[in-house]
Write a protein that binds this ligand. Structure first.
Ligand SMILES: Cc1ncc(COP(=O)(O)O)c(C=O)c1O
Length: 356
């Protein structure tokens, strides 16, 4: 499919942020958007056009039955100026897994990657260069068909928007405080936990707000059946270092298979570290803490790459991990991954894709 282009004249382009050290997350969008429609049984009309508000019927099915999925990945500026994507094929594969679960028509992953690269050839200049900053990429699909009966929509819009985002850690690593949620749950067996669907995020907001009011920046979700097994944290997968081994939750269908999680596991194994993916009882974590065998805890995700956990609170008991500092394994994994993403370390695994 040919991607049609309607681009803004130079004089209408927005000004880029004047101070890249002050960039936040998700407030600034670039000048252009990639769009593609689904109707009459196929994806069609791929196009790049100026970013503008969407025009939707109030009966658009996404507004009523939440048929919407998304992805999140980043474009990094390497020291030689080249723009690099980190494992983008994994994100597009996961987009299709989300589509399948949400009864949304599948997309051609290769074509979508080409479309993203084409958009980045136009918008790549927005990629900031201060350490830790990047261009965030948000592919999204929404059900646009105006119809109020409950069934999968017959019309969809796929779009990709971009925005420069700042370094997650501006003044060095800061370990986060996590609240272990024993009442609310994020996902149930057979539910949406393993895919990136809008409704899961809406369902997580109330519990996260309540924890924030108690001073915790993220929630650790437990399984929804026994309220016992560790699942994941906010928008990150969770890792613990117990007896020197890196342990993370098994992907049982209720946890999002993070691209960063998979990268952490690969890098850790290549570094010769012992890694376990298994059911992880929260009691095992608190016991390991009490007996001094829990030495580090961290989350992994596209936003922060690795987030050290300094404090955990379970059943109103707070305990500090790694003296509230950053453990050596956490630091090593962070340095390895960030090194590859920003082009300071060689990419020996074919994870980087350049925009030519
Ligand atoms: C619920 C959830 N878990 C885990 C992750 C981490 O996934 P990734 O490493 O692909 O960013 C994310 C972020 O996308 C998320 O939203």
């Amino acid at each position: 499919m040919e991607i049609s282009k309607r681009l803004l004249p130079q004089s209408h382009l927005k000004e880029h942020p004047s101070d890249e050290t002050k960039l936040g997350f998700g407030d600034i969008l670039t000048d252009h958007i990639f769009k593609m429609d689904y109707y009459d049984g196929s994806w069609c009309q791929p196009r790049i056009e100026p970013l503008s508000p969407l025009c939707l019927s109030p009966a658009a099915m996404v507004l009523h039955y939440s048929q919407t999925i998304f992805e999140g990945l980043k474009c990094y500026r390497h020291p030689d100026g080249r723009l690099a994507l980190f494992r983008p094929r994994d994100n597009f594969r996961r987009l299709n897994q989300s589509a399948e679960r949400m009864a949304i028509p599948l997309v051609d992953e290769k074509f979508l990657l080409e479309a993203l690269k084409e958009l980045l050839r136009i918008e790549g200049g927005w990629t900031p260069s201060v350490p830790g900053s990047s261009l965030y990429i948000r592919p999204t699909i929404i059900a646009t068909e105006p119809h109020l009966g409950v069934r999968p929509a017959k019309e969809y819009l796929l779009f990709i928007i971009l925005g420069p985002v700042g370094a997650y850690y501006k003044g060095g690593f800061s370990p986060i405080k996590i609240y272990v949620e024993s009442f609310y749950t994020r996902s149930a067996p057979g539910g949406l936990g393993a895919v990136k669907a809008g409704p899961s995020y809406a369902a997580s907001l109330l519990a996260t707000e309540k924890a924030a009011r108690k001073g915790f920046s993220q929630l650790l979700w437990l399984d929804s059946v026994e309220h016992r097994y560790v699942e994941e944290v906010g928008s990150m997968n969770m890792f613990f270092v117990i007896d020197g081994k890196i342990v993370t939750s098994l992907l049982t269908g209720t946890v999002l298979p993070g691209v960063t999680r998979s990268s952490v596991l690969t890098v850790a194994r290549d570094l010769g570290l012992e890694v376990e993916e298994r059911l992880l009882d929260i009691k095992e974590i608190t016991d390991a803490k009490d007996s001094g065998r829990l030495t580090e805890a961290f989350g992994s995700g596209t936003a922060a790459v690795i987030s050290p956990v300094g404090t955990l609170c379970h059943d109103d008991v707070e305990f500090v991990v790694a003296d509230g500092r950053v453990g050596p394994i956490t630091q090593k994994l962070y340095d390895e991954l960030v090194g590859i993403q920003y082009g300071h370390a060689p990419d020996t695994r074919g994870w980087i894709e350049f925009i030519d």
